[in-house]
Ligand binder design. Sequence first.
Ligand code: MN
Length: 716
Amino acid sequence: MMRQFELVERVLSYDPDADEDMLNRAYVFSMKAHGTQTRASGDPYFSHPLEVAGILTGMKLDTSTIVTALLHDTIEDTVASYEDIDRLFGPQIAKLVDGVTKLSRLEHLSDRTRQAENFRKLLLAMSTDIRVLLVKLADRLHNMRTLHFIKNPEKRRRIAAETMEIYAPLAERIGMQELKDELEDLAFAELNTDARSSITARLKFLREKGGNLIERITDQLKRTLAEAGVEAWVSGRQKRPFSIWRKMQRKNVSFEQLSDIMAFRVVVADVGDCYRALGIMHATYPMVPGRFKDFISTPKPNGYRSLHTSVIGPEQQRIEIQIRTREMHEQAELGVAAHWRYKQGALADTRDSVQYRWLRELLEILEQASDPEEFLEHTKLNMFQDQVFVFSPKGDLHALPRGATPVDFAYAVHTDVGDTCVGAKVNGRLVPLRTALQNGDQVEVLRSKTQTPSPTWLHFVVTGKARSCINRFIRHQQRQQYLDLGRAILQKTFREAGHSVTEKALGSALKVLKVKTTEDLYVALGDGTLTGRQVLEAVYPGEKREEDEKVVPLARARGRQQQKGAGGIPIRGLIPGMAMHFAGCCHPLPGDRIVGIVTTGKGVTIHTIDCEALEQFASTPERWLDVAWDQDGDGDQRHVGRVSVVVTNEPGSLSALSTVIAKNLGNITNLKITNRSPEFFEMIVDIEVRDVKHLSNIIAALRADPAINSVERARG
Ligand code: MN
């Protein structure tokens, strides 16, 4: 196990300004916190975070990253809390450790291979600081290096598969080639032990047969380049078993047919030398056609730059050669981590090329220590920031647009789930349906067979699917309600004229009224396109009717509605916002005398009989519709009543107002101050009540309170 001073010295060797004290404290804290815990290998648990820190010193990362590595398992696996870390190491370290902890928790859900792509995105999206991801990858690397100690073969396999599908591609994505290669090879050893050992055995045989072949070729290449005047550092290696295996698979060839199992790296001073070295190689050795790639002029998306070629090189061996500058080399091995190191120093001019802009920006933003949102906004990692990734209770991963709510989630799972959604639990807690989901949330939809989609959902859903499903339902529902309303209107009109409604009688009038079916006829009546009078006229043309005057004085119109009394069409079951609306001017409540006004295409608006707004409809009596509240009430349906209140401008008067309303079981839904003077506040208060009697009680109670000057039911 690495000693405390060794770790500190390693960090100081590349960062003389490192916070020695903090490193020492983290070492001791983690060692004490993990105490007597042990690993599957029998080693003290503390050896693990220490090794992870060691891996990261290899990437020459900053003090915060190394400290985070030392502490990375303390929140999850020891009694230490976020608050402890925050108090002892500061908020930045606490956030980093917390970030790694969150990623680790996701691992328990990740054994679903088909979701690997989404899972990688989730990890990226959750790594709001790139150092979180670096620690996580180093953590995984050490766990893979010690994988063989785990006894349960299933668990080993799961971890290896996850590494292959998620972590290795993730390392590649951020340009860490070396890490990616090692992760893949370790996973390969577990997943395909036989294949790997036969490749390894074969490589060993070739190595022994060829003597120090790699060395000889390396020397030869170096000499060739030196003779042509290019100074280069050349290294050779056998390819890793996994990359040989993959090539065998991809090309469908046997090991014997596979010629280039050796790769050589040529590292030179600058870009000019790269192309010069390439020219020398191609001039000296026959090149293998179709293998040349120029990743300097066209870097890979992860920023990788190099020249690749294959030649029949020294000793008639087919070899792969990668040519790059020192800086490209570092970048290729360490990717983002390499760039992280330039955080403190100036970024070299050579790095000014377009493909590194995102990294430079990333570092700049990190330096400014801005919030994670902004950080991601400006980096390449933000490519997934327009999405959130959430889990079903079973662990299925769903990608949704940012701002998505449990309703969007429900519809994403299935239309039926959305249609019957009544509530949701996020991470086990009940939340409002309009809650915006966060990355990694586990969402459980609560359903009820009797529930139907609510039009109010349209205010907050963000997915097209949810929107169109809700709209389709509303259109269907609306038609049904127009149909019911139309049927009621027609029956009433016919009854008053001494007729009864029959399918046969209506059938004959369809053509005249230009509608296809009787259903369409009812809908047209319900939405106000047709009036009852028009239908009556079409069925019984020329019949003499009373009350044919065009203009009814308002008073008489009101009087007539009043006389009809309880004979109105019951408005039960009409959902506000569809076939029927409550007028915003007078806020009718159950118990009020009401009248309906038909608006073509929009159904019926309910006003109180004394509403001033009715004046504008005095000249169109055909639009007046006699309606009535249900005899048996509306069950639990609540209605909004509006009152205007004047209270004295002094401490406690507002609280007196809300207390009185609450005591009388009213619920304030809106409160607007309309006038303010040194002595008084005038305001409009909307209160949810059962009916007009309920509101009257509240008004009376308010009037009895000394803090309240006057209360009136508001009209308009
Ligand atoms: Mn760990």
